[in-house]
Design a protein around this ligand. Structure first.
Ligand SMILES: [Zn+2]
Length: 274
């Protein structure tokens, strides 16, 4: 599933579309996330509009237009958003195509957990997905005191806390394991036991993990490619994720895999304190 660094990588590869005019709209008519169909009538009203910016908050992409609306895209599990030449053959599972003169912006999503929607520009926060999001892990400084206060009354595991998009937007399963390893904190630790020093360490680790993944073009584990179709290289740089049985890069203890809330979790039993 694409996480913040992957979505940011896609955003950067879409920047050339700024200034282009939407010339046509096509949808497959199939439902995506929660069986919702992309709003074809509202999308068609944007024919003639120009794309003025490509933004991201958490894992949501926003294509601003010179009208009052923006197009919102969430890649879900397997969504891809890429610029193609008009004559390029369309891939299977193509669900939305925005014509942009000689090019097309295509949303392809095999498992259909993604979203394409139209939102009022400046009122994106009224969208149910965006409204609940906490500060963005890349664009905003994590407020350690606020994070600690939230942790103290949450009574959940640190892993679930880091994954909670209302706490910090954009951290998913891979980078949660990575950040907790970096901060030397056990994923099963209860949040109310988090000290101020550990919270500061965790905030710094989240930022470092996201920055590092971005430098490597995102992580390609199965489906992720950026808007140019380039695979990310970050899988080669992961510290713990998907390394069960291999030596910890800090203390050489074998990395363990466990399942927390149905998601694979990787940690070092020695240097990540319980
Ligand atoms: Zn270790």
């Amino acid at each position: 599933m694409p996480e913040l660094p992957e979505v940011e990588t896609v955003r950067r590869t879409l920047v050339p579309a700024v200034g282009w005019q939407i010339s046509s709209v096509w949808t497959s008519g199939m439902g995506l996330h929660m069986a919702r169909r992309p709003p074809v009538a509202r999308l068609r009203k944007l024919v003639g509009a120009r794309i003025t910016a490509v933004r991201r908050h958490g894992k949501y992409l926003l294509l601003d237009t010179d009208r009052a609306e923006a197009i919102l895209v969430h890649l879900g599990m397997t969504g891809r958003l890429r610029i193609h030449g008009k004559a390029d053959p369309r891939a299977a599972h193509t669900h939305v195509v925005l014509g942009l003169g000689a090019r097309e912006l295509r949303f392809v999503d095999a498992r259909r957990f993604g979203q394409v929607d139209v939102v009022a520009r400046g009122k994106e926060r009224e969208h149910p997905g965006l409204g609940l999001l906490g500060p963005d892990a890349l664009d905003e400084v994590i407020d350690v005191a606020a994070m600690l206060a939230r942790a103290r009354d949450k009574r959940t595991t640190l892993k679930a806390f880091v994954l909670d998009q209302r706490v910090i937007a954009g951290v998913g399963n891979i980078y949660a394991s990575e950040a907790l390893w970096r901060a030397q904190l056990r994923p099963t630790m209860r949040t109310h036991r988090l000290s101020a020093a550990a919270a500061a360490r965790l905030a710094a680790a989240i930022r470092e993990v996201i920055d590092r993944a971005l430098d490597n073009g995102g992580t390609t584990l199965s489906d992720f490619v950026d808007a140019d179709g380039t695979e990310g290289e970050n899988a080669d740089y992961l510290w713990v994720y998907d390394r069960a049985g291999q030596p910890c890069m800090r203390c050489r203890t074998a990395i363990r895999r466990s399942v927390l809330q149905g998601r694979a979790t990787y940690y070092c039993p020695t240097c990540q304190t319980p």
